[in-house]
Design a protein. Structure first.
Ligand SMILES: O=P(O)(O)OC[C@H]1O[C@H](O[C@H]2O[C@H](CO)[C@@H](O)[C@H](O)[C@H]2O)[C@H](O)[C@@H](O)[C@@H]1O
Ligand SMILES: O=c1ccn([C@@H]2O[C@H](COP(=O)(O)OP(=O)(O)O)[C@@H](O)[C@H]2O)c(=O)[nH]1
Length: 934
């Protein structure tokens, strides 16, 4: 702890803090990043700077208040001692952020002493220890007090007693606890998340109980949500913890979508192969994804979670997290730590020193080995004891020189598997003590109870070798606590490679596979004989980690990232076009005289994938079919003489013929390279200089990857090739696509005139310049010419699920920007003289029914733009009107008569969005009905 600072120094620090807070908005000398931070990393680094300074001020103001958080906690919110003037200065600090910490277990468990009297004890477990160290926030705990309180007096008095500890109880009745906590949480999720699988015995019973336990789980989560909602104040951050509350984020967001919600898992998240065995796998994942930020102890767990979301839910995994219809749930690793100072300080306390003295005397002449675990299958206690037995067996000379102290804290004692474990451990310990004990000593001291904090610190301090042999463990804070208490002894940590802690303490610890008893026994020998200099080196490494990666840091980083996730989401939302205002679009449709409807096919006019968003039946889906509800509607719309419909698709001619042959409309196949009025023949609209000499080479590449990627396929079209892996294993598909792209971009065909376009689950190769936007001018020219249109086109509705590359079709119709400096160059296009590169190309001759003949320009149109708009953003009236005319105008398009609309996308250049083809169907139906009744 630094030396106590003078008030002047504190004042200067506080001024700096205020300045830095301002610079958070503006940027100044304290910032490494001048200006407003624009990226997430910049924002997070700046906030980190701010926190550091804040802490320095805090440190100065609280120097001398040496409470350990547990004691402070048990005493309630005490008035700080001996602060004098410091109090006044403390008031000048900005108020702390309010944080609602929601966990199944409150940090205190209640024991009833009488009708209205309660004793509160600190709960045991890593989650509680870690969160007790979090004091940077104005925190309130919400959770279960570990006791059934059926009566009103009891509930009222306990609520009052807990309020002093800033705890708010959730009252769960016995039946719910049994089904939710003992059943679904601890008999199903807990073993599954620790790779122990779903319950194997009494299969029928398990299946029968599963549904009722799951229902109780949801009910309990809703009860937690109700209490949160009752205490929530605007601006609060809600941090949900652990596998008990996977439904909570969804319940909270349903109640208030603006609530800032984070969720953190304290256990491992298993491989998606394990998670997919769970009957409620999808529901749980979806509920968690309702949170804004989802955190795990390690990168591996985060990776497994994202992979489960992609493989089970069919969602996109991005570097930031998981994306579902444009909504991103951020997923990241936040390794927890401990309040290391609390342990280091405790070692100086007289009661701990006394304990240490006693223990040293008691075990004089013997090396002390220590295990501290909840008596849980995942902790590998039997395996640890068997390894110790093997060590004694093979090292006779150590038998009277070493003792193993095993603290096994009873836990979840109502769950049958835990009861069995207790018997099993007792049996093994008894056998080994009988085998190697003497009249005066036993090799294993096994305690079935918890110790108080001071006794635990003393034990950690006198230990020579700590043995943590979890079969799986989210993190394991015992290993951290041991390291924190070992600065004078520099004992050795033997640590399971399956504990999250192995990732952070792996360098200083001896890592073991706890299933390999021989390896663990050998490690015990190695640790007991380790020379002092090696012990010191290993310890220093770990001590540095434990004292810098504290629980405080962990919580601050999580909350700061959660805050930032909200900022980021808002920035993203601003870039998302709004939903199509259908009423407005229909009103304008009815008022216009010559309308063009440009409609995509795939995912625009087809039936959506199944409701789960999963990839369904490949064979069925591969046959692209027009949505059955559209047949009548399309007929009506096509029969309207004021309306021209163009189906504008990447698909080939045959597919469009099959689906649309019976309607009176225009079909533009292969991104507009072929055009046909359904009553006429196909004509080519390909530009003359289109080179297709690369097709064979690309085809070979596509064949190669199709053969090696199960369930992928490719479509060979005349002007493009498409490789699709949407039905393949997502991750493998992506790897293959990356490999393919690499080859296409840098391999032997990299110099060919082709465009390689990466879709969400596809790779498409086209001749350079083949885009829907590039083709639309030729197509429109042809249609205007063919129809001999007299009235100008005064309404355009363009709807499609187009690739980014094809979004140039939306901008084609977009009137030019108002005359700002950047737009001046574009405004020159107003000139009636056509520049050769202008968007609308020329050509007066009619179509040619031949295939693959070079294209000749079809018609001469010219685009005249007038700007009357003054708004910004996604307003339809932003750009008022545009006209294209040739002598008399053939296209007079006011800004508010133009509707470009992307289907099922979030990022788009279109003015509007429609969620799915179902919405397209609804819109077109309404359009047809309104127009036939008008
Ligand atoms: O509340 P209980 O059912 O009695 O169980 C106690 C806690 O056990 C688990 O702790 C985990 O959290 C630790 C801190 O992040 C981590 O180090 C450890 O590896 C985990 O096992 C459980 O996740 C908590 O919810 C329980 O409260
Ligand atoms: O008698 C005991 C034994 C353990 N603990 C605490 O229980 C926690 C165990 O956390 P860990 O992360 O190792 O595992 P968990 O029990 O949460 O799975 C540690 O903070 C220990 O200090 C305790 O308070 N009293």
């Amino acid at each position: 702890m630094g030396k106590v600072k003078s008030f002047e120094e504190i004042d200067i620090l506080q001024e700096n803090l205020v300045e830095l807070q301002t610079s958070h908005m503006l940027g100044n000398k304290y910032s490494y990043f001048p200006g407003t931070p624009s990226t997430r990393l910049e924002r997070l680094l700046r906030e980190r700077e701010l926190r550091k300074l804040n802490k320095e001020v805090d440190q100065c103001l609280t120097d001398g208040d040496n409470w350990s958080s547990e004691e402070e906690f048990l005493q309630g919110v005490a008035v700080p001692r001996g602060l004098g003037d410091r109090c006044e200065r403390k008031e000048r600090r900005p108020p702390k952020q309010r944080l609602l910490l929601v966990a199944n277990r409150l940090p205190v468990s209640a024991v009833r002493r009488g009708e209205d009297s309660w004793a509160l004890e600190i709960s045991v477990g890593g989650l509680v220890s870690a969160l007790l160290g979090v004091n940077e926030f104005e925190a309130r705990w919400i959770g279960w007090a570990g006791v059934n309180v059926p009566d009103e007096i009891g509930q009222r008095t306990l609520t009052r007693a807990l309020a002093e500890k800033r705890c708010i109880p959730v009252f769960l009745d016995e039946e719910v606890v049994h089904q939710y906590y003992n059943g679904y949480c601890n008999n199903i999720l807990w073993p599954l998340f620790h790779y122990l699988g779903l319950p194997q015995e009494d299969r029928l019973d398990t299946t029968r109980n599963f549904q009722s336990q799951f229902d109780a789980y949801k009910k309990a989560n809703q009860m937690f949500a109700d209490v949160v909602n009752e205490h929530y104040q605007e601006g609060d951050t809600v941090w949900c913890h652990d596998y008990h509350l996977m439904f909570l984020p969804k319940c909270l967001k349903e109640y208030n979508s603006k609530m800032k919600v984070g969720w953190f898992l304290h256990t491992p998240f298993p491989s998606s192969e394990i998670h997919r065995t769970l009957p409620s796998r999808s529901e749980l994942l979806r509920s968690v994804l309702a949170a804004d930020l989802v955190g795990f102890h390690t990168y591996d767990y985060a990776r497994h979670f994202v992979s489960a979301c992609t493989r089970i839910l069919g969602l996109e995994g991005t570097p930031d997290g998981v994306e579902d219809q444009g909504k991103i749930t951020r997923v990241a690793a936040f390794p927890i730590g401990i309040d290391s100072d609390r342990f280091i300080r405790a070692l100086e306390l007289p009661q701990v020193q006394d304990h240490i003295k006693e223990l040293k005397e008691r075990f004089a002449g013997r090396k002390v080995m220590l295990g501290v675990d909840r008596l849980d299958m995942i902790k590998g206690i039997p395996q640890k004891i068997l390894a110790f037995e093997k060590f004694l067996e093979e090292n006779g000379d150590w038998r009277d020189k070493v003792v193993l102290l095993q603290i096994a804290v009873p836990t979840r004692t109502d769950v049958p598997d835990y009861q069995k474990l207790t018997c099993q451990v007792h049996e093994i310990v008894g056998r080994i003590n009988g085998r190697f004990g003497t009249l005066t000593t036993v090799p294993i001291h096994h305690l079935d109870r918890s110790l108080d904090f001071y006794a635990l610190c003393a034990l950690y301090a006198v230990t020579d070798v700590a043995l943590v042999t979890s079969l799986r463990d989210g993190m394991n804070l015992v290993s951290y606590e041991f390291v924190a208490c070992q600065d004078s002894k520099k004992g050795v940590l033997i640590l399971s490679e399956f504990a999250g802690a192995a990732q952070s303490l792996g360098a200083g610890a001896i890592l073991v596979n706890p299933w390999n008893i021989t390896e663990v026994a050998a490690s015990i020998g190695y640790a007991l004989n380790m020379p002092a200099d090696e012990r010191e080196k290993r310890h220093n490494h770990n001590f540095m980690h434990v004292t810098t990666h504290t629980s405080q840091e962990w919580a601050e980083t999580f909350v700061s990232e959660l805050n930032d996730t909200i900022v980021e989401a808002q920035l993203r939302i601003r870039q998302i076009p709004p939903l199509l205002p259908s009423k407005f679009a229909i009103e304008h449709y009815l008022k216009s005289n010559n309308r063009i409807l440009i409609l995509g096919f795939n995912a625009t006019l087809t039936q959506p994938l199944d409701a789960q968003g999963r990839r369904g039946d490949q064979l069925k889906e591969l046959e692209l079919k027009l949505h059955p509800d559209l047949k009548e509607t399309l007929k009506k719309l096509c029969d309207d003489p004021k309306t021209t419909i163009i189906i504008f698709s990447g698909s080939d001619r045959t597919l469009l013929d099959e689906n649309f042959g019976e309607y009176n409309m225009w079909l533009a196949a292969e991104h507009g390279m072929f055009l046909r009025l359904t009553k006429g023949d196909w004509m080519t609209t390909m530009p003359e200089n289109l080179h297709m000499d690369w097709v064979d080479s690309v085809k070979h590449v596509f064949e190669y990857f199709t053969e090696r990627t199960p369930r992928s396929y490719f479509e060979l079209r005349e002007t493009s090739l498409l490789w699709n892996y949407k039905y393949s294993d997502v991750e493998f598909g992506r790897l293959q696509a990356r490999d393919m792209l690499q080859h296409l971009w840098t391999g032997p065909i990299s110099n060919a005139s082709l465009d390689v376009i990466q879709g969400a689950r596809s790779v498409e190769v086209r001749a350079v310049g083949v885009t829907k936007g590039a083709a639309i001018d030729r197509i429109l020219g042809e249609i205007v010419h063919n129809k001999g249109m007299k009235a100008p086109i005064d309404y355009v509705l363009c709807i499609g699920h187009f690739l980014a590359k094809d979004e140039d079709i939306y901008t084609f119709f977009e009137p030019e920007l108002p005359p700002e400096p950047a737009a001046v160059a574009r405004a020159n296009m107003v000139s009636p003289v056509k520049s050769p590169k202008s968007k609308v190309s020329a050509g007066k001759s009619g179509p040619r029914a031949s295939k693959n003949k070079p294209h000749r320009p079809l018609s001469t149109l010219e685009k005249r733009i007038s700007n009357h708009g003054n708004g910004t953003g996604w307003q339809p009236n932003r750009l008022d009107s545009m006209s294209v005319h040739e002598g008399s105008s053939v296209l007079v398009l006011r800004g508010d008569n133009y509707f470009s609309c992307a289907v099922g996308r979030k990022r788009s250049n279109a003015r509007y969005l429609l969620r799915s083809s179902t919405d397209v169907v609804t819109l077109l139906k309404e359009l047809a009905e309104a127009s036939s009744s008008s």
